[in-house]
Design a protein around this ligand. Structure first.
Ligand code: SAH
Ligand code: AVI
Length: 330
Protein backbone atom coordinates (compact mmCIF):
# COMPACT_ATOMS: atom_id res chain seq x y z
CA UNK A 1 0.00 0.00 0.00
CA UNK A 2 1.28 3.50 -0.79
CA UNK A 3 2.09 6.04 1.92
CA UNK A 4 -0.90 8.25 2.58
CA UNK A 5 -1.19 11.56 4.31
CA UNK A 6 -4.17 13.89 4.68
CA UNK A 7 -2.73 17.37 4.32
CA UNK A 8 -5.14 19.98 5.65
CA UNK A 9 -4.64 23.42 4.15
CA UNK A 10 -1.84 25.34 5.87
CA UNK A 11 -2.91 28.46 7.75
CA UNK A 12 -1.00 31.62 6.82
CA UNK A 13 1.63 32.76 9.35
CA UNK A 14 0.00 35.02 11.95
CA UNK A 15 0.74 38.66 11.24
CA UNK A 16 0.75 41.38 13.91
CA UNK A 17 -2.76 41.86 15.27
CA UNK A 18 -3.90 38.73 13.39
CA UNK A 19 -3.24 36.17 16.12
CA UNK A 20 -5.46 33.44 17.51
CA UNK A 21 -8.23 35.29 19.42
CA UNK A 22 -7.80 32.85 22.32
CA UNK A 23 -4.10 33.83 22.55
CA UNK A 24 -5.05 37.54 22.60
CA UNK A 25 -7.67 36.90 25.29
CA UNK A 26 -5.28 34.86 27.49
CA UNK A 27 -2.49 37.45 27.23
CA UNK A 28 -4.76 40.40 28.02
CA UNK A 29 -6.34 38.48 30.94
CA UNK A 30 -2.83 37.77 32.26
CA UNK A 31 -1.69 41.39 32.29
CA UNK A 32 -5.03 42.74 33.60
CA UNK A 33 -4.84 40.39 36.62
CA UNK A 34 -2.49 40.91 39.55
CA UNK A 35 -1.63 37.16 39.54
CA UNK A 36 -0.07 37.07 36.11
CA UNK A 37 -0.20 33.68 34.37
CA UNK A 38 -0.41 32.50 30.76
CA UNK A 39 -1.36 28.94 29.72
CA UNK A 40 1.75 26.98 28.68
CA UNK A 41 0.25 25.90 25.36
CA UNK A 42 1.13 29.36 23.94
CA UNK A 43 4.82 28.45 24.06
CA UNK A 44 4.38 26.41 20.92
CA UNK A 45 4.57 28.63 17.87
CA UNK A 46 7.10 27.45 15.24
CA UNK A 47 10.05 28.98 17.14
CA UNK A 48 8.81 27.57 20.46
CA UNK A 49 8.38 24.06 19.02
CA UNK A 50 11.93 24.23 17.63
CA UNK A 51 13.30 25.39 20.98
CA UNK A 52 11.45 22.55 22.72
CA UNK A 53 13.18 20.12 20.35
CA UNK A 54 16.54 21.58 21.43
CA UNK A 55 15.53 21.10 25.08
CA UNK A 56 14.92 17.40 24.46
CA UNK A 57 18.61 17.00 23.50
CA UNK A 58 20.02 18.78 26.58
CA UNK A 59 22.12 16.67 28.95
CA UNK A 60 20.11 18.00 31.94
CA UNK A 61 16.68 17.24 30.39
CA UNK A 62 16.33 13.56 31.32
CA UNK A 63 12.58 13.01 30.48
CA UNK A 64 12.91 12.59 26.70
CA UNK A 65 15.94 10.32 26.92
CA UNK A 66 14.42 8.18 29.66
CA UNK A 67 11.00 7.84 28.02
CA UNK A 68 12.52 7.05 24.62
CA UNK A 69 14.54 4.23 26.18
CA UNK A 70 11.37 2.87 27.79
CA UNK A 71 9.54 3.00 24.45
CA UNK A 72 12.39 1.32 22.60
CA UNK A 73 12.36 -1.47 25.17
CA UNK A 74 8.68 -2.00 25.94
CA UNK A 75 6.53 -1.15 22.91
CA UNK A 76 6.55 -4.85 21.98
CA UNK A 77 4.86 -5.55 25.32
CA UNK A 78 2.33 -2.77 24.65
CA UNK A 79 1.44 -4.58 21.41
CA UNK A 80 1.12 -7.91 23.28
CA UNK A 81 -1.09 -6.34 25.94
CA UNK A 82 -3.79 -5.52 23.43
CA UNK A 83 -2.23 -2.66 21.47
CA UNK A 84 -1.48 -4.62 18.28
CA UNK A 85 -3.21 -3.37 15.13
CA UNK A 86 -4.85 -0.34 16.77
CA UNK A 87 -5.02 3.17 15.34
CA UNK A 88 -2.57 5.35 17.27
CA UNK A 89 -4.01 8.78 18.22
CA UNK A 90 -1.24 10.98 19.64
CA UNK A 91 -2.03 14.03 21.79
CA UNK A 92 0.58 16.83 21.55
CA UNK A 93 2.64 14.92 18.99
CA UNK A 94 5.27 17.67 18.41
CA UNK A 95 8.05 16.25 16.24
CA UNK A 96 6.65 12.66 16.57
CA UNK A 97 10.23 11.45 17.14
CA UNK A 98 9.20 8.91 19.78
CA UNK A 99 6.27 7.57 17.77
CA UNK A 100 8.19 5.27 15.36
CA UNK A 101 8.96 2.91 18.27
CA UNK A 102 5.25 2.53 18.91
CA UNK A 103 4.11 2.41 15.27
CA UNK A 104 6.65 -0.30 14.42
CA UNK A 105 5.39 -2.46 17.31
CA UNK A 106 1.66 -1.81 16.87
CA UNK A 107 1.51 -2.17 13.06
CA UNK A 108 -1.83 -0.34 12.76
CA UNK A 109 -3.15 1.11 9.50
CA UNK A 110 -3.77 4.67 10.71
CA UNK A 111 -1.97 7.31 12.76
CA UNK A 112 -3.62 10.54 13.97
CA UNK A 113 -1.13 13.09 15.39
CA UNK A 114 -2.84 16.03 17.14
CA UNK A 115 -1.05 19.28 17.91
CA UNK A 116 -1.74 22.98 18.31
CA UNK A 117 1.50 23.92 16.53
CA UNK A 118 0.14 23.55 12.99
CA UNK A 119 3.15 24.13 10.76
CA UNK A 120 5.37 21.93 12.91
CA UNK A 121 2.67 19.23 12.98
CA UNK A 122 2.34 19.12 9.21
CA UNK A 123 6.10 18.94 8.65
CA UNK A 124 6.50 16.16 11.25
CA UNK A 125 3.52 14.20 9.88
CA UNK A 126 4.86 14.40 6.34
CA UNK A 127 8.29 13.16 7.46
CA UNK A 128 6.73 10.26 9.33
CA UNK A 129 4.49 9.31 6.40
CA UNK A 130 7.59 9.13 4.19
CA UNK A 131 9.19 6.67 6.62
CA UNK A 132 6.14 4.43 7.08
CA UNK A 133 4.78 3.22 3.77
CA UNK A 134 1.36 1.66 4.19
CA UNK A 135 0.46 3.91 7.12
CA UNK A 136 -2.31 6.48 6.61
CA UNK A 137 -1.31 9.63 8.53
CA UNK A 138 -4.10 12.09 9.41
CA UNK A 139 -2.62 15.20 11.13
CA UNK A 140 -5.18 17.11 13.16
CA UNK A 141 -4.35 20.71 14.10
CA UNK A 142 -6.22 21.78 17.20
CA UNK A 143 -6.41 22.23 20.94
CA UNK A 144 -6.70 18.81 22.55
CA UNK A 145 -8.43 20.45 25.53
CA UNK A 146 -11.51 20.92 23.35
CA UNK A 147 -13.69 18.07 21.99
CA UNK A 148 -12.11 16.80 18.76
CA UNK A 149 -13.69 15.06 15.82
CA UNK A 150 -11.38 12.28 14.66
CA UNK A 151 -11.12 11.67 10.90
CA UNK A 152 -13.95 9.57 9.40
CA UNK A 153 -11.41 6.96 8.23
CA UNK A 154 -10.68 5.86 11.81
CA UNK A 155 -14.25 5.97 13.15
CA UNK A 156 -14.73 2.21 13.47
CA UNK A 157 -11.11 1.34 14.32
CA UNK A 158 -9.94 0.18 17.78
CA UNK A 159 -7.76 2.93 19.21
CA UNK A 160 -4.62 3.40 21.26
CA UNK A 161 -4.21 6.95 22.62
CA UNK A 162 -0.58 8.01 23.00
CA UNK A 163 0.24 10.91 25.33
CA UNK A 164 4.01 10.91 25.83
CA UNK A 165 6.45 13.45 27.23
CA UNK A 166 4.60 13.96 30.52
CA UNK A 167 2.66 16.73 28.77
CA UNK A 168 -0.13 15.91 31.26
CA UNK A 169 2.20 17.40 33.88
CA UNK A 170 1.73 20.81 32.28
CA UNK A 171 -1.87 20.85 33.53
CA UNK A 172 -3.21 21.46 37.02
CA UNK A 173 -5.13 18.48 38.46
CA UNK A 174 -8.58 19.79 37.48
CA UNK A 175 -7.55 20.38 33.86
CA UNK A 176 -5.74 17.05 33.55
CA UNK A 177 -8.90 15.29 34.74
CA UNK A 178 -10.97 17.16 32.16
CA UNK A 179 -8.50 16.09 29.49
CA UNK A 180 -8.43 12.41 30.54
CA UNK A 181 -12.23 12.35 30.50
CA UNK A 182 -12.40 14.04 27.13
CA UNK A 183 -9.81 11.57 25.72
CA UNK A 184 -12.08 8.76 26.93
CA UNK A 185 -14.95 10.38 25.00
CA UNK A 186 -12.85 10.96 21.89
CA UNK A 187 -11.33 7.45 21.83
CA UNK A 188 -14.28 5.48 23.25
CA UNK A 189 -14.79 2.77 25.86
CA UNK A 190 -12.49 -0.20 25.20
CA UNK A 191 -9.69 2.06 23.99
CA UNK A 192 -6.19 1.97 25.45
CA UNK A 193 -4.03 4.89 26.48
CA UNK A 194 -0.23 4.83 26.69
CA UNK A 195 0.81 7.82 28.76
CA UNK A 196 4.20 9.08 29.94
CA UNK A 197 4.33 10.57 33.44
CA UNK A 198 7.38 12.10 35.11
CA UNK A 199 8.11 10.94 38.66
CA UNK A 200 8.78 13.10 41.73
CA UNK A 201 12.52 13.29 42.34
CA UNK A 202 15.18 15.46 43.94
CA UNK A 203 15.11 19.20 43.07
CA UNK A 204 18.85 18.76 42.43
CA UNK A 205 17.89 16.86 39.28
CA UNK A 206 14.68 18.73 38.50
CA UNK A 207 15.91 22.33 38.67
CA UNK A 208 18.79 21.94 36.17
CA UNK A 209 16.41 20.07 33.84
CA UNK A 210 14.35 23.29 33.68
CA UNK A 211 17.23 25.78 33.96
CA UNK A 212 19.99 24.35 31.82
CA UNK A 213 23.56 25.62 31.58
CA UNK A 214 23.26 26.55 27.88
CA UNK A 215 20.18 28.71 28.49
CA UNK A 216 17.95 26.91 25.98
CA UNK A 217 15.04 26.61 28.45
CA UNK A 218 15.42 30.33 29.20
CA UNK A 219 15.10 31.09 25.46
CA UNK A 220 12.06 28.79 25.25
CA UNK A 221 10.40 30.67 28.13
CA UNK A 222 11.35 34.15 26.83
CA UNK A 223 10.09 33.25 23.33
CA UNK A 224 6.58 33.64 24.73
CA UNK A 225 7.24 37.39 25.17
CA UNK A 226 8.72 37.61 21.66
CA UNK A 227 5.58 35.84 20.40
CA UNK A 228 3.36 38.44 22.13
CA UNK A 229 5.41 41.24 20.53
CA UNK A 230 5.32 39.52 17.10
CA UNK A 231 1.70 38.47 16.99
CA UNK A 232 -0.27 40.88 19.12
CA UNK A 233 1.51 44.13 18.77
CA UNK A 234 3.39 44.05 22.07
CA UNK A 235 6.20 46.39 23.13
CA UNK A 236 7.48 44.17 25.94
CA UNK A 237 11.21 44.76 26.63
CA UNK A 238 12.09 41.05 26.55
CA UNK A 239 15.71 41.59 27.64
CA UNK A 240 14.47 43.11 30.92
CA UNK A 241 13.00 39.73 31.97
CA UNK A 242 14.80 36.73 33.36
CA UNK A 243 13.87 33.02 33.28
CA UNK A 244 13.20 31.43 36.68
CA UNK A 245 12.58 27.73 37.45
CA UNK A 246 11.39 26.79 40.97
CA UNK A 247 10.40 23.56 42.69
CA UNK A 248 7.04 23.94 44.47
CA UNK A 249 7.07 21.02 46.89
CA UNK A 250 3.49 21.22 48.12
CA UNK A 251 2.17 20.99 44.55
CA UNK A 252 4.96 18.60 43.46
CA UNK A 253 5.72 20.73 40.43
CA UNK A 254 8.38 22.74 38.70
CA UNK A 255 7.14 26.24 37.98
CA UNK A 256 8.59 28.44 35.28
CA UNK A 257 8.27 32.22 35.60
CA UNK A 258 9.49 35.31 33.80
CA UNK A 259 10.71 37.87 36.31
CA UNK A 260 10.88 41.63 35.67
CA UNK A 261 14.39 42.82 36.46
CA UNK A 262 13.31 46.45 36.93
CA UNK A 263 10.06 48.45 37.06
CA UNK A 264 8.61 48.18 33.56
CA UNK A 265 5.85 49.61 31.43
CA UNK A 266 4.76 48.35 27.99
CA UNK A 267 1.74 48.01 25.74
CA UNK A 268 -0.10 45.05 24.25
CA UNK A 269 -2.68 45.81 21.55
CA UNK A 270 -2.44 49.47 22.57
CA UNK A 271 -3.30 48.80 26.23
CA UNK A 272 -0.67 49.93 28.77
CA UNK A 273 0.55 47.60 31.54
CA UNK A 274 3.22 47.90 34.17
CA UNK A 275 5.18 45.48 36.33
CA UNK A 276 7.33 46.13 39.38
CA UNK A 277 10.87 44.84 39.71
CA UNK A 278 10.75 41.21 40.98
CA UNK A 279 7.16 40.55 39.84
CA UNK A 280 6.74 37.50 37.65
CA UNK A 281 4.59 36.08 34.89
CA UNK A 282 3.85 32.42 35.66
CA UNK A 283 4.31 30.62 32.35
CA UNK A 284 4.39 26.87 33.09
CA UNK A 285 3.75 24.15 35.65
CA UNK A 286 5.35 20.76 35.21
CA UNK A 287 3.75 18.41 37.75
CA UNK A 288 5.54 15.26 38.84
CA UNK A 289 3.69 12.16 40.05
CA UNK A 290 4.33 9.36 42.52
CA UNK A 291 3.08 5.90 41.42
CA UNK A 292 -0.13 6.09 43.47
CA UNK A 293 -0.86 9.70 42.42
CA UNK A 294 -0.57 8.64 38.78
CA UNK A 295 -2.92 5.67 39.16
CA UNK A 296 -5.46 7.72 41.13
CA UNK A 297 -5.45 10.51 38.54
CA UNK A 298 -5.96 8.05 35.69
CA UNK A 299 -8.75 6.21 37.52
CA UNK A 300 -10.52 9.48 38.30
CA UNK A 301 -10.31 10.31 34.58
CA UNK A 302 -11.96 7.00 33.62
CA UNK A 303 -8.80 4.98 32.82
CA UNK A 304 -7.86 1.77 34.64
CA UNK A 305 -4.15 1.00 34.71
CA UNK A 306 -3.23 -2.29 33.02
CA UNK A 307 0.54 -2.14 33.20
CA UNK A 308 3.39 0.25 33.91
CA UNK A 309 7.05 0.29 33.03
CA UNK A 310 9.76 2.44 34.63
CA UNK A 311 13.51 2.90 34.25
CA UNK A 312 15.94 1.49 36.88
CA UNK A 313 16.07 4.87 38.72
CA UNK A 314 12.25 5.17 38.64
CA UNK A 315 12.58 8.65 37.09
CA UNK A 316 9.84 8.27 34.48
CA UNK A 317 6.84 5.97 34.01
CA UNK A 318 5.15 4.67 30.90
CA UNK A 319 1.64 3.60 31.80
CA UNK A 320 -0.86 1.56 29.78
CA UNK A 321 -4.48 2.11 30.81
CA UNK A 322 -7.86 1.05 29.49
CA UNK A 323 -11.17 2.91 29.26
CA UNK A 324 -13.36 0.32 30.96
CA UNK A 325 -17.15 0.75 31.30
CA UNK A 326 -18.08 2.60 34.49
CA UNK A 327 -19.26 0.36 37.33
CA UNK A 328 -21.38 1.25 40.33
CA UNK A 329 -19.05 1.88 43.25
CA UNK A 330 -19.57 -0.33 46.32
N1 SAH B 1 4.97 14.56 22.51
C1 SAH B 1 6.23 15.23 22.26
C2 SAH B 1 6.13 16.74 22.41
C3 SAH B 1 5.89 17.23 23.82
S1 SAH B 1 5.92 19.00 23.88
C4 SAH B 1 7.27 14.66 23.19
O1 SAH B 1 6.93 13.84 24.01
O2 SAH B 1 8.43 15.05 23.08
C5 SAH B 1 4.22 19.32 24.08
C6 SAH B 1 3.50 19.28 22.74
O3 SAH B 1 2.11 19.44 22.99
C7 SAH B 1 3.92 20.41 21.81
O4 SAH B 1 4.14 19.91 20.53
C8 SAH B 1 2.73 21.38 21.86
O5 SAH B 1 2.57 22.11 20.66
C9 SAH B 1 1.59 20.44 22.14
N2 SAH B 1 0.49 21.06 22.89
C10 SAH B 1 0.57 21.72 24.07
N3 SAH B 1 -0.65 22.09 24.48
C11 SAH B 1 -1.52 21.65 23.52
C12 SAH B 1 -2.92 21.73 23.40
N4 SAH B 1 -3.68 22.34 24.32
N5 SAH B 1 -3.50 21.16 22.31
C13 SAH B 1 -2.72 20.54 21.36
N6 SAH B 1 -1.38 20.44 21.44
C14 SAH B 1 -0.79 20.99 22.51
C1 AVI C 1 6.13 19.42 27.16
N1 AVI C 1 6.40 19.40 28.58
C2 AVI C 1 6.07 18.09 29.17
C3 AVI C 1 7.72 19.89 28.97
C4 AVI C 1 7.94 19.70 30.50
O1 AVI C 1 8.94 19.07 30.83
O2 AVI C 1 7.11 20.13 31.28
C5 AVI C 1 7.88 21.34 28.59
C6 AVI C 1 9.15 21.94 29.08
N2 AVI C 1 9.25 23.08 29.72
C7 AVI C 1 10.51 23.33 30.01
N3 AVI C 1 11.22 22.32 29.58
C8 AVI C 1 10.41 21.45 28.97
Amino acid sequence: MATMIDVPEAKPQAAQGDADPAFRADVLACFRDTRRAIPARWFYDKAGSELFEQITDLPEYYPTRTETELLARYCGEVAQQGGAGRTVVEFGSGSSVKTPHLLRAIQGKHYVPIDISGEFLRESAAALARDFSGLAVHPLEGDFMRPLQLPEAVAGEPKLGFFPGSTIGNMVARTSLDLLRSMRETLGVGSLLLIGMDRIKSPDILIPAYDDAQGVTARFNLNLLHRINREIDGTIPVDRFRHVARWNDSYARIEMHLEAQEDLSFTVLGERFSMRKGETIHTENSHKYGPRDARLLLRAGGWTVRHEWTDPDDWFALILAEAVPFQTAP
